[in-house]
Write a protein that binds this ligand. Structure first.
Ligand SMILES: Nc1ncnc2c1ncn2[C@@H]1O[C@H](COP(=O)(O)OP(=O)(O)OP(=O)(O)O)[C@@H](O)[C@H]1O
Length: 302
């Protein structure tokens, strides 16, 4: 990523994006139903990194160090983080929080340090020409729980300390952008989320009707290209019947509907091998809606 301030925003980004409409960019990368909040994040987190260093140094402006995307499961938080890295031409590293944990004393902290090595090495070797490293901590709450809450397990506290050390030491370097995703922002140590650290927090909620329609359109696009879905299918009707569904649920809905269509195809004649002739029709979708709704209700009841 550019830090010397000579390049223009559009030279550094993956392509000529409209920075005023990040949601549209996300949609083109397969993440739909997002509102304007993303634009605010973009202005806060990304644009300042393109301001010439001479200016930011003079006015003592500090880059925001990262972002936490929080909200219910399956709403696209990890996908958004990946898309941000793509848009910024960043080197992406996704670390799943639980993978950091180790039984061996000190190993977990070493794993945290390793996550940052590549970015630090790049900065040492390439200086201000270093590419941007986007480090995504998926399930951030699993490695950043409020310290002191579990006297029987101090590994968690040590991991948080190590993470804070790395953030304070390195994320102010402008080649690192940290993104954490979590379903439980309330569990995260407040030292991590305070101003000056990972202070930008964006809630990604369940999609509304317009969002669900956009996500459904993304998911049926390939079937439509291949003529494998009834062209008269009313997506708007499915939208009405999928209140409370997340992006992941909607993706599963279309996959399940395709399986239902496959099932019909095979049952009509077991010797059929013309797989390209499978066409998803409304009843395939509605069977899938019922199945997913039932599964969701069961898991909600525990
Ligand atoms: N807004 C969305 N638009 C398109 N696809 C989505 C959206 N939200 C989720 N999905 C799909 O659902 C699946 C899960 O998404 P993702 O892992 O990004 O969700 P998440 O919020 O990080 O989930 P979790 O909190 O459970 O880790 C992915 O395959 C993704 O493509």
């Amino acid at each position: 990523m550019q830090v010397s301030g000579q390049k223009e925003l559009k030279e550094v980004l993956r392509r000529d994006i409209d920075v005023r409409d990040l949601a549209a960019e996300m949609k083109s990368l397969g993440v739909g139903g997002l509102g304007n909040e993303l634009n605010h994040i973009f202005s806060m987190l990304v644009v300042p990194r393109f301001i010439p260093r001479a200016i930011t140094r003079e006015i003592r402006f500090k880059n925001k160090q990262g972002l936490i995307l929080h909200g219910p499961p399956g709403t696209g938080k990890t996908s958004i983080a990946r898309a941000i890295a793509k848009i910024l031409n960043g080197k992406l590293q996704v670390v799943r929080g639980p993978e950091i944990f180790s039984q061996l004393t000190g190993s977990s902290e070493a794993k945290i340090r390793e996550v940052f090595y590549s970015a630090i090495n790049d900065l040492e070797a390439k200086g201000e020409e270093s590419p941007l490293h986007v480090i995504v901590f998926d399930e951030l709450d699993s490695i950043s729980r409020q310290r002191g809450t579990n006297p029987f397990n101090t590994t968690g506290d040590r991991i948080v300390n190590q993470l804070l050390t790395m953030i304070d030491g390195y994320t102010s370097l402008s080649n690192i952008l940290l993104i954490g995703t979590t379903n439980r922002i309330d569990l995260i140590d407040t030292a991590l989320t305070r101003p000056g650290r990972v202070e930008l927090h964006l809630k990604i909620g369940l999609p509304d009707e317009a969002g669900r329609l956009e996500i459904l359109r993304i998911n049926v696009k390939r079937l439509q290209w291949r003529g494998m879905i009834d062209p008269h299918l009313e997506l708007q009707k499915i939208v009405t019947d999928t209140e409370g569904f997340s992006g992941a649920d909607l993706e599963a809905l279309i996959q399940t509907a395709y399986c239902n269509a496959m099932d019909r195809h095979v049952k009509s004649d077991i010797s059929k091998t013309d797989w390209a002739a499978i066409i998803v029709v409304a009843p395939d979708i509605y069977r899938a809606v019922v199945a997913l709704r039932t599964a969701k209700d069961c898991s909600a009841k525990g």
